[in-house]
Design a protein around this ligand. Structure first.
Ligand code: SUG
Length: 446
């Protein structure tokens, strides 16, 4: 079966801001209180999508969520008109307003864990929306994410969109950011690597939270009906989490037969290599591109986001292309590493750079912004809604972002009730553009 790997990018929402909400995410902490530019952010994201679509890759769009999220504030006891609620919460509990206003759904790598039909016993593509329960601002994402996935991947003959895992600490799940799939061809059975940071059966104490549990990986492997022989559970290294790698995709990325990772990414590095080799036996020969700490320290890997890159198989190119954030070029250690990498004969033949600075300041690089979905031709043909990037959609989204988004958003602006009005207008217009149906957002159903 031939299949391709599509990227569905999260469109940045109109309230994009720097709330300092993610413990263990160093960029989020550093940026707290800065003034953001929602318009620049959304346009950067749209430009990245367009550039991938232009080189022949299938590019989709995941819609932003409704923010500020009034249902959360109402559940917490705030009442009155929408504008009264915003004013009251901004006076009495500004941290809750930040929580309810984050545009964090843009990081679509955390939207869900996805297994292609070639890996699942029932021959369907499986999605588990991530419960994201470790951080308060992200724990409200899953219901809307599920709705978006169920709208786009509506055909039940080909797609199965599960409920998120239970909201219990044992099942903390952060989606595809802790998942890598290796394969000979996208349409052939592959090896799925599920990476966890914490085993719920033992106590975990660390400087920063470990956001993914072993138990959530086990549950996902079961419900996606993956072949146990081809599925590997791996422990993310504690050292990496302590250094600020809050997801495995901050220190590792893989596609096709190539796994590109930092020497200190996994707790048991040689065990990981042996397990991948064993699981790939008879399918393909894995290529391990390991970056030694002596060449790129964990600290440099994390500030530059070298690994939070998209590793792309571009039609017409023999070797893989690494699409890294601009910050990787600006860091002397990672720039020098990239030059050496492409001068060799390894599987990665070129490094290109994308500017996603607004997202990067919150710890989201090119890889965070996209959810990969492997699709056969039949599955591709059965997608619903209008979410595939085309020149016309690009033009429409660009105009939409430039029209509806603010140039600048300072922390105090979250208290402005007009921001809620503007955001809803933007989402109403987007619902039509992307053909998401009349009642896609909670505010449209009220
Ligand atoms: O979950 N940042 C996100 C970044 C997610 C990056 N995704 C991947 N690595 N795949 C997070 O920590 C910061 C929001 C704020 O502080 O305003 C934030 O949620």
């Amino acid at each position: 079966m031939t299949a391709i790997e599509a990227n569905f990018d999260g469109l940045v929402g109109p309230t994009h801001n720097y709330g300092g909400l993610s413990e263990g995410n160093l960029a989020s902490a550093r940026s707290e209180g800065l003034t953001s530019s929602p318009r620049e952010a959304v346009l950067e994201g749209i430009a990245k999508m367009k550039s991938l679509s232009d080189i022949g890759l299938l590019q989709g769009v995941m819609p932003p969520h409704e923010r500020p999220f009034l249902p959360l504030l109402k559940t917490l006891g705030f009442s009155g008109s929408d504008s009264e609620i915003i004013q009251q919460v901004s006076r009495e509990a500004p941290h809750l307003l930040r929580r309810a206003s984050s545009a964090s759904a843009m990081w679509a790598a955390n939207a869900a864990m996805v297994s292609p039909s070639a890996d699942s016993a029932d021959g369907r593509v499986h999605f588990t929306p991530a419960n994201l329960l470790t951080t308060g601002h992200r724990a409200i994402e899953a219901p809307q994410t599920r709705r978006a996935l169920a709208r786009i991947f509506a055909d039940r003959e080909h797609f199965c969109v599960h409920e998120p895992l239970p909201y219990q600490s044992d099942f903390a799940d952060e989606g595809a950011a802790n998942h890598v799939r290796l394969c000979e061809r996208h349409g052939a059975p592959g090896v799925e690597l599920l990476v966890w940071g914490r085993d719920a059966a033992t106590s975990y104490e660390g400087r920063f939270p470990a956001r993914q549990t072993r138990q959530s990986c086990e549950a996902i492997a079961r419900r996606h009906d993956l072949d146990p022989e081809r599925t590997i559970l791996l422990q993310q290294s504690r050292t990496a989490i302590e250094a600020g790698a809050f997801h495995n995709d901050v220190v590792c990325v893989g596609t096709g037969t190539c796994l590109f990772y930092h020497e200190q990414a996994f707790e048991d590095r040689s065990g990981m290599i042996a397990a991948v080799r064993r699981a790939a036996e008879g399918l393909f020969e894995p290529d391990f591109v390991e970056v030694p700490a002596s060449e790129v320290s964990l600290a440099d890997a994390i500030t530059s986001y070298l690994f939070n890159s998209q590793l792309l198989q571009i039609p017409g190119e023999d070797r893989l292309v690494l699409l890294a954030p601009e910050e990787t070029r600006e860091n002397p250690a990672t720039r020098a590493y990239c030059e050496r990498l492409v001068s060799g004969n390894g599987p990665i033949g070129a490094v290109r750079f994308a500017s996603v600075r607004q997202s990067m300041r919150n710890g989201g690089g090119p890889a965070c912004l996209r959810l990969r979905v492997v699709l056969t031709e039949t599955e591709r043909a059965s997608l619903s809604a209008n979410t595939i990037m085309t020149p016309a959609l690009f033009e429409a989204l660009n105009t939409w972002g430039a029209t509806h988004y603010r140039e600048a958003l300072a922390p105090a602006d979250l208290a402005d009730p007009q921001l809620l009005v503007e955001s809803r207008q933007a989402l109403d217009a987007l619902t039509v553009l992307l053909d998401l149906g009349p009642d896609f957002y909670p505010f449209q159903r009220d």
